[in-house]
Design a protein around this ligand. Structure first.
Ligand code: NAD
Ligand code: WQD
Length: 361
């Protein structure tokens, strides 16, 4: 099979997408990134995150402001570029919002995916890496969680969009053997690029632990609310498998390598560290490496939260040759570097981007 040259990255201006683009460019791939800025800073002048990615890599990144719901627009991009493989990050991901606006989530995440798959098929592009989530497992029956753990018992709409897409991909793989797809189930992505130049800066409200904790450390929020200290865990707080965003990025490069060399149909891999860390443990490490003090307020459990979840990441190690390398200390240090270098995130206005718009300089 010829080596992939051009990779389309949907949601490329977002948190994980923009970090992944750096690794892809450094690996020598030509990257075409698209985003509609539903949850990323940017405008008709481009994406500040991708401009920073250009600064870090010293290479040009082609960017289109494009919406997956606009099928003709996606079709045009495929007409214009010979795309070998798609990494599909674009989705809405806020659990709370998904419960209030289920149709928005089903339309954006499911219809966006359907449009993309149809355009890919019509251009004979059958290779894809899909951003799935540990959320598809629901409340774990066994720990650590392997890829064979049952999926589908999910309590929120966002999670169900990921589950439905995985089911859709199974049907597609059964019906048409041309497809070559890897679904990566990420655990809890945190951290930022070690340069401090790019990081997480959503336009929608965020509720995840690390960005919230960093806002408290910056003095922008008064206190970190800890959701429950009566869980059946050693210190009573919830346990998760936090993974550095640059480890996720290298997981995507590893997935591309596998797709490049093999016809695998459809495969699913956990991307996690394999280690569970409690809320209290994460706060303690964050305080230590940043030299800050995080005031805590213990409240009731958050509705829908699970007690503990961490990955068995051995399949990714065996078959992708990938494993997570960054420590919890590095995740906190790198996130804090990004936050202190950019306390207000990316510049929100008048960004003169060197990113190529609509394929022209
Ligand atoms: P993000 O919101 O930062 O990135 C997603 C990007 O997709 C955003 O920039 C958004 O503007 C774009 N987008 C959304 N709908 C679009 C559409 N219709 N057309 C074009 N662009 C669109 O989120 P992220 O944290 O980078 O997540 C990337 C992917 O990984 C998502 O699919 C998410 O569900 C999945 N995931 C994230 C996490 C997490 O905790 N961050 C965990 C597991 C899985
Ligand atoms: C982590 C821990 C909270 C905030 C979410 C999505 C999931 C996946 C990853 C996309 C939990 C506790 C949090 C706070 C707290 N995303 N916490 N105070 O809930 O594991 O997963 O992101 O696929 O689908 O649901 O991540 O960072 O919100 O919470 O005590 O202010 O921190 O209760 O134990 P979660 P999180």
């Amino acid at each position: 099979m010829p080596k992939f040259k051009t990779i389309l990255v949907t949601g490329g201006a977002g948190y994980i997408g923009s970090h992944c683009v750096i690794d892809l460019v450094n690996e020598g791939y030509d990257v075409i990134a698209i985003d509609n800025f539903a949850n990323a800073v940017g405008d008709d002048e481009g994406s500040p995150a991708l401009r920073k990615a250009e600064e870090i890599t010293g290479k040009k990144i082609t960017f289109y402001k494009a919406d997956l719901l606009d099928k003709p627009q996606i079709n045009e991009i495929f007409d214009k570029h010979e795309i070998d493989c798609v990494i599909h990050f674009a989705a809405l991901k806020a659990v709370g919002e998904s419960m209030q606006q289920p149709l928005l989530y089903y339309q954006n995440n499911l219809l966006g995916m359907l449009n993309l798959l149809e355009v890919m098929r019509s251009h004979s592009c059958y290779q894809m890496v899909f951003s799935s989530s540990c959320t598809v497992y629901g409340e774990p029956e066994t720990l650590p969680i392997t890829e064979t753990h049952p999926t589908g018992s999910i309590t929120n709409v966002y999670g169900r969009t990921k589950y439905f897409i995985e089911e859709m991909l199974k049907d597609l793989n059964t019906a048409d053997k041309n497809w070559n797809i890897i679904s990566l189930r990420y655990f809890n992505p945190v951290g930022a690029h070690p340069s401090g130049l790019i990081g997480e800066d959503p336009t929608k409200e965020f509720t995840n632990l690390m960005p919230f904790m960093a806002q408290v450390a910056l003095g922008k929020k008064p206190v970190l609310t800890v959701f429950g200290n009566d869980y059946n865990t050693p210190d009573g707080t919830g346990i998760r498998d936090y993974i550095h965003v640059m480890d996720l990025a290298s997981g995507h490069v590893a997935a591309l390598n596998l797709l490049n060399d093999n016809h695998i149909g459809l495969k699913v891999y956990n991307l996690g560290t394999g280690k569970g860390v409690s809320v209290k443990e994460l706060v303690t490490v964050f305080e230590r490496v940043t030299g800050t003090k995080i005031p805590l307020k213990y409240v009731d459990r958050r509705l829908g939260d699970i007690t503990a979840m961490w990955a068995d990441a051995s399949l990714a190690k065996e078959e992708l040759g990938w494993c997570a390398r960054y420590s919890i200390e590095e995740m906190c240090t790198d996130f804090w570097r990004w936050q202190t270098m950019n306390p207000n995130g990316y510049p929100k206005k008048n960004v003169k981007s060197s990113v190529i718009m609509n394929g022209t300089s």
